[in-house]
Design a protein around this ligand. Structure first.
Ligand code: G6P
Length: 612
């Protein structure tokens, strides 16, 4: 969702800010804007894409070495030029960009109106900038102090950057609940909502903590205070990400690149954690908590979207291998339904971005109830890893395509390692089975390579089905979450209606939909509940359903029964999700491309959902 970029230094700010906004496009947005400091603050904004903003600004004055820029994903007020950020204060002395939501904005707005302030937009952000101005004038305090006082009055989430005509060599940034990173370059500073706009300029970054305010001033060191006025020492970290990870590298879309990166991403997620020849699984990030995990009475997995599907695979893994009862919860439901949480529960939060608002709120509740909270996260330094007791990074590398692919398989890989380690500690797995599974896991990347080689075949199948209006995805056991994920991938990027179901549950409703117009994708791999799935395939055939099957290589029985077949290498059922999801990702991708959809930035979706 919304993206923030700020710059102060010796260079012209505009090109840096625009490049930064392009880097943040993947997060999802519907308008964009920029403010530059010269003698005056020059402010330009536009509904639509960053390129539309650039076209609008062309030929206008973009001089200035200090600036802020923003991409907005509408929450309060429709996507429009007026609601786009930056927003001016009443006297146009201040300009602000803001991610997050100010929950008590209407009360403050009424009060400010009484004091003579005018509002031109429907946003909660304009309330904040007027409030800061009001405090600054009344209290006669420096800008950072006015920001601090204002922030003590607002309820909600924010990442903000503010510039002032009266302090032209300074930017003030602050965060609570929405991420913010300050990059420290050579006599220059960068501010952004994630590190992607910064990485090409500097690797030295400081991630702000909640309720911290950064004062970024030309020719001065970065200084940080919190909203209680305490001085903080900036903790400088080195970025691990590289610029090439943020570019398409010859692929047509980030999503395709990320699908093809999966063998590498899975290897990276296992590196240093799995030593198959020596029979060792070691998860350094949770080593101090692995006894807690092994002794947990229950594991509560909570997440959103694709990460929730990975959580469902986790449920099968932990129950099957480690015999620990597991519940998997949508974070958005978990946070509001007064859940029963015990001190000996382990709450496992899974998130690609590490910023999902509902998942963060779920952590809060679990903490208040005294549970141990572990995380599985992809973005290093993001909010979730910093709120959990311990966790494991997936190390899949930046995921730019909105539809999650490599992050999912990396999450499932980590869950597999965690469940195996818990099983080992609990003695619920024999050494022979443990070794067999880790040896198979070790060669999963090569098996994925083999599936990726069927790219052209999958593309041809996609061409046959691109005009279908509805899809049904069916699987059982470990493949049930894969069916859900396959359906989600298709609807996210192609806008075709798709549902995932446990194959047997089909009889309780979806069977009514089956006719020759409706493709049914079966995940019918040989291990696990094979015979049962074969029966379900027969039930669909008997009703003239058109079947695309993901089956184990060499399976003649399934081949005879279905209309289209995609073969995947044989694997233990525990590991099949890592393979079976790959052709489903490719199928969705090619259907979306053939329908000319915006694959990497599908309509209405955001990569990182920082509002509830
Ligand atoms: C958004 C993204 C999905 C993602 C979900 C959860 O909806 O578009 O791809 O699965 O958020 O995000 P997280 O970063 O917590 O995994």
């Amino acid at each position: 969702m919304c993206g923030i970029v700020g710059y102060i230094g010796p260079k012209e700010a505009y090109p840096i800010l625009m490049k930064g906004l392009h880097r943040l496009e993947y997060r999802g947005y519907d308008s964009a804007g920029v403010a530059l400091m010269d003698q005056e603050i020059k402010l330009y904004k536009q509904k639509g894409k960053v390129s539309e903003l650039e076209a609008f600004v062309k030929g206008k004055d973009v001089k200035g070495t200090v600036g802020i820029a923003h991409t907005r994903w509408a929450t309060h007020g429709e996507p429009s030029q007026i609601n786009a950020h930056p927003h001016f204060s009443e006297t146009k002395t201040l300009a602000i960009i803001h991610n997050g939501i100010i929950e008590n904005y209407s009360v403050i707005r009424e009060e400010l109106k009484r004091r003579g302030y005018h509002f031109s937009s429907d946003t909660d952000t304009e309330v904040l900038v007027h409030l800061i101005e009001d405090i600054k004038f009344n209290e006669k305090v420096p800008l950072e102090e006015a920001v601090r006082i204002a922030l003590t009055q607002v309820v909600g989430a924010y990442a903000i950057v503010i510039m002032s005509k009266l302090s032209p060599n300074k930017l003030i940034a602050a965060r609570k609940g929405s991420p913010l990173v300050v990059g420290i370059g050579n006599e220059e500073f960068f501010i952004a909502s994630d590190a992607t706009p910064i990485v090409e300029y500097t690797k030295d970054v400081v991630y702000l903590d909640d309720e911290e305010i950064a004062i970024v001033e030309r020719d001065k060191e970065l200084s940080i205070i919190d909203i209680r006025k305490e001085t903080k020492t900036p903790y400088v970290q080195k970025l691990e990400m590289s610029l090439s990870e943020l570019e398409k590298g010859g692929y047509d879309h980030f999503m395709l690149k990320e699908i093809f990166e999966q063998p590498r991403a899975i290897k990276d997620s296992m590196r240093g954690r799995l030593n198959a020849p020596l029979g060792i699984v070691k998860l350094g990030g949770i080593i101090d908590y692995e006894q807690k995990l092994a002794k947990a009475k229950r594991i509560l997995i909570t997440a959103c979207g694709t990460s929730w599907h990975a959580g469902l695979v986790g449920e099968y893994l932990f129950e099957d291998l480690a015999r620990i009862p597991v519940e998997v919860e949508y974070a958005s439901e978990f946070r509001y339904r007064n859940p029963v949480i015990y001190e000996d529960d382990v709450v496992l939060v899974i998130s690609q971005s590490g910023e999902t608002a509902d998942s963060l709120a779920a952590i809060d509740i679990a903490k208040r109830n005294g549970a141990t909270i572990l995380g599985i996260c992809n973005v290093v330094g993001s909010s979730i890893p910093r709120q959990t007791h311990a966790g494991v990074y997936t190390h899949a590398g930046p995921e730019i395509g909105v539809a999650s692919t490599k992050a999912f398989t990396a999450q499932v890989t980590i869950l597999t390692l965690m469940a195996l380690r818990a099983a080992q500690l609990r003695n619920t797995i024999s050494t022979t089975r443990f070794n067999q599974l880790i040896n198979e896991l070790d060669i999963i990347p090569e098996k994925i390579e083999a599936i990726l080689r069927q790219n052209d075949k999958i593309k041809k199948i996609a061409a046959k089905f691109k005009d279908s209006r509805n899809f049904l995805y069916l699987g059982r056991g470990y493949n049930f979450p894969v069916a859900l994920e396959g359906a989600l991938k298709l609807k996210e990027i192609s806008y075709i209606h798709a549902e995932g179901y446990p194959a047997a549950e089909m009889k309780h409703g979806p069977i009514a939909l089956i006719d020759k117009e409706m493709p049914i994708v079966f995940i019918a791999t040989r291990r696990g509940m094979y015979e049962k799935v074969i029966t379900n395939i027969q039930e669909v055939k008997a009703r003239n359903g058109v079947i695309i099957a993901i089956a184990t290589k060499g399976d003649k029985e399934v081949a005879k029964m279905v209309d289209y077949l995609i073969e995947i290498p044989d694997a233990d059922e525990v590991l099949v999700p890592l393979l079976a999801v790959i052709p489903l990702q490719l199928l969705s991708y090619y259907i979306a491309v053939m329908l000319k959809r915006n694959v990497d930035q599908p309509r209405n979706l955001a990569k990182s959902v920082t509002v509830e």
